[in-house]
Design a protein around this ligand. Structure first.
Ligand SMILES: Cc1ncc(COP(=O)(O)O)c(C=O)c1O
Length: 353
């Protein structure tokens, strides 16, 4: 059996519900490729479905909500910022599975009463139980300060006969992140069918589950050719962030019963493109959002996919990616942020002079 069939077989044993439309499209960015002298391809996780808004959370939720069902849960708790894509995708997927979504959202940007936008608007249409928490720093710190609140609500729901499935920030448990091992196998399979041998694979990295899953997939495929590069979009400690993601990749491999473990250089991470911080835009990243829109007619968001795309383009311009290379950019979705508060979209919202 080849590596890819064996990888998929091991992953399937975890069990998953069907939420998205796979394989997602994989297409060439012709104009940018010509302009920069590279062979640039885009993997469209923004097209994963099942709603209009897609994104990278759907693959994780297929595995997580299958587990929730197996455990007999009827309620899902999850956590994020008020404009969290993950929270909205989790809520939509929970509804699809007949479960009640309860969202705990840290207000990095305060929602304005009477002008609820983007993911928070969708959360409200989905009828989620929404708890907005005052931000005390990163979303992770805000959540750590409120665990007593979550436990209290869980106990109340249990007393009413409900069972809660807990999904942490970003859905990035080894089980959730396993979805991206599948994404690696799927994408490199599409590339191979087209006769491509990619040298670089770029992704955005936040809670790290996507990168961990891709690293596990790369390891399952015994791929030592393709450099996997994560572009961080939140302020992280480089001393612990990368090692933690590698541990998660190994936990995925262990969970599915694979014998392989990741190499120390299975991926690399750049922390140079965070800008002022999470959900805080900056001009150079927004310029590359405009570049992709104006050259290829495609949209990115200012919080995740835009900063990651900017990081990749900057490395292409600086020659970190040599001319003639075949490069894959993973579009992780998130374009709802284009319709969020002005603090998040920055100068994208300004009319041209
Ligand atoms: C659009 C988008 N891209 C990328 C990411 C980062 O994925 P991960 O948290 O798995 O690192 C997220 C996470 O919320 C996201 O919403």
């Amino acid at each position: 059996m080849d590596y890819s069939s064996r990888g998929i077989e091991l992953l399937r044993k975890l069990g998953k519900v069907s939420l998205g439309f796979y394989p997602t499209p994989f297409t060439r960015l012709d104009r940018l490729s010509d302009e920069y002298g590279i062979n640039l391809w885009i993997k469209r996780e923004d097209f994963s479905g099942a709603t209009l808004f897609g994104g990278n959370k759907v693959r994780k939720l297929e595995y997580l909500l299958s587990d929730a069902k197996k455990q007999g849960c009827d309620t899902v708790f999850t956590y994020g910022a008020t404009q969290s894509n993950h929270a909205m995708e989790t809520a939509a997927a929970a509804r699809r599975c007949g479960m009640k979504p309860v969202l705990w959202l840290g207000a990095i940007v305060e929602p304005k009463a009477g002008d609820i936008r983007a993911n928070l608007l969708l959360d409200s249409i989905l009828g989620c139980e929404i708890h907005i928490l005052k931000s005390i720093g990163s979303t992770r710190e805000t959540m750590a300060a409120n665990t007593a609140l979550f436990e209290k609500r869980k106990a109340e729901l249990a007393a009413e006969g409900h069972k809660v499935y807990d999904i942490p920030i970003g859905g990035s448990t080894p089980r959730g992140a396993a979805g991206f091992a599948e994404c690696w196998i799927e994408t490199l399979g599409q590339a191979a069918t087209l006769g491509l041998k990619p040298e670089f694979f770029y992704t955005c990295t936040g809670s790290g589950g996507t990168l961990a899953g891709l690293a596990a997939g790369k390891t399952l495929m015994h791929d030592t050719r393709t450099a996997l590069r994560g572009i961080a979009v939140g302020k992280k400690d480089p001393a612990t962030y990368g090692p933690g993601i590698r541990e998660k990749a190994d936990a995925i491999l262990e969970l599915i019963g694979a014998e392989e473990r990741t190499d120390p250089d299975v991926f690399s991470i750049s922390h140079d493109y965070v800008g002022p911080g999470y959900e805080k835009p900056y001009r150079e990243a927004n310029d590359d959002i405009r570049l992709l829109a104006r050259k290829e007619g495609l949209f990115l968001d200012p919080v995740y996919s835009g900063k990651a795309f900017h990081g990749m383009m900057d490395e292409i311009r600086k020659g970190v990616v040599p001319k003639g290379s075949t490069v894959i950019y993973l579009h992780t979705g998130g374009a709802t942020a284009l319709f969020s508060e002005s603090e998040i979209i920055g100068d994208l919202g300004e009319l041209p002079a």
